[in-house]
Write a protein that binds this ligand. Structure first.
Ligand SMILES: Nc1ncnc2c1ncn2[C@@H]1O[C@H](COP(=O)(O)OP(=O)(O)OP(=O)(O)O)[C@@H](O)[C@H]1O
Length: 256
């Protein structure tokens, strides 16, 4: 089933947690220039889980980096709620990334010298805030870390490290969590657990999650899959089933 019109200028405009409008990202100049994103528009409503998919080189990472304020588009607009990101200087953007955006990466990106608990509270401490009483325990419980808070990353399995990363992403109650291949380094069982947690963050905590993934099974946990090819959004599915996603992806790979 195709989703209803959720383009940023469509009927649901103004309701998005994140909104990209005509975002173009060009790398390099002249004949060697690469158009990694070509006037892409997309909106992500609060409390939804979206997969961003496409063949290798289709622009997924560039899309995520522009949407998350880690990279600046060559042209076009990115809004986080009402805030236009291009209007912000680097320092404000860094602050905003720390407090209003959560990140989950394939390689976990935890600080090895800190305990799980210290990793989880790092975004708050960097923003000069203290966790509310009981907040870390609640999150640790929600992601199944229970009694592992005193351990360092090297004392945790990959799946447990990704739970810490998810807890860290949740701790500030961000407007959106961007996940870049969050299950890419995990065995199938840990991958399922991590996807279940992201799903619960959306369904139970009303978080908004945008996840880049190559994996049709991962996409099947989401509400919507958006497909990129050669820097453009070429298709999307709501309630995407793994088989349908796999078919669509192989068609795009053949065409790439
Ligand atoms: N820093 C860069 N300089 C030049 N070209 C780049 C740069 N980063 C990405 N590209 C190019 O932009 C296009 C999109 O890259 P991107 O990494 O966004 O794709 P992707 O879909 O995430 O790929 P993959 O699935 O392989 O990670 C590719 O052609 C890539 O070679």
């Amino acid at each position: 089933m195709r989703s209803r019109d959720t383009r940023p200028d469509g009927p649901a405009a103004g309701r998005y947690a994140v909104q990209l409008t005509d975002v173009t990202r060009r790398y390099g100049e002249g004949p060697a220039a690469v158009l990694a994103l070509d006037a892409v528009s997309a909106g992500f409503e609060p409390g939804t889980f979206t997969a961003v998919m496409g063949p290798s080189g289709s622009g997924k990472s560039t899309f995520l980096h522009c949407a998350a304020g880690l990279d600046r588009p060559t042209s076009g607009q990115v809004r986080l709620g009402p805030q236009e990101l291009s209007a912000l200087r680097e320092r404000r953007l860094t602050e905003l990334r720390r407090t209003r955006i959560g990140f989950v990466f394939q390689a976990f990106n935890l600080l090895p010298s800190l305990t799980a608990e210290q990793n989880i509270t790092l975004p708050l401490r960097l923003a000069g805030r203290r966790p509310e009483a009981g907040r870390v325990e609640d999150i640790a419980h929600a992601v199944g870390l229970g009694d592992l808070l005193a351990r360092r990353p090297s004392q945790l399995s990959g799946g447990q490290q990704q739970r810490v990363a998810i807890a860290r992403a949740l701790v500030t109650r961000p407007e959106v969590i961007f996940a870049d291949e969050p299950t890419g380094a995990l065995d199938p069982e840990s991958a399922r657990d991590v996807l279940g947690l992201l799903r619960r963050a959306v369904t139970d905590l009303h978080q908004t999650v945008v996840m880049v993934t190559h994996d049709p099974t991962a996409a099947a946990h989401t509400d919507r899959a958006v497909f990129l090819s050669a820097g453009r959004i070429v298709d999307e599915l709501t309630s995407p089933g793994a088989d349908r996603v796999a078919d669509l992806l192989s068609g795009l790979r053949r065409a790439a």
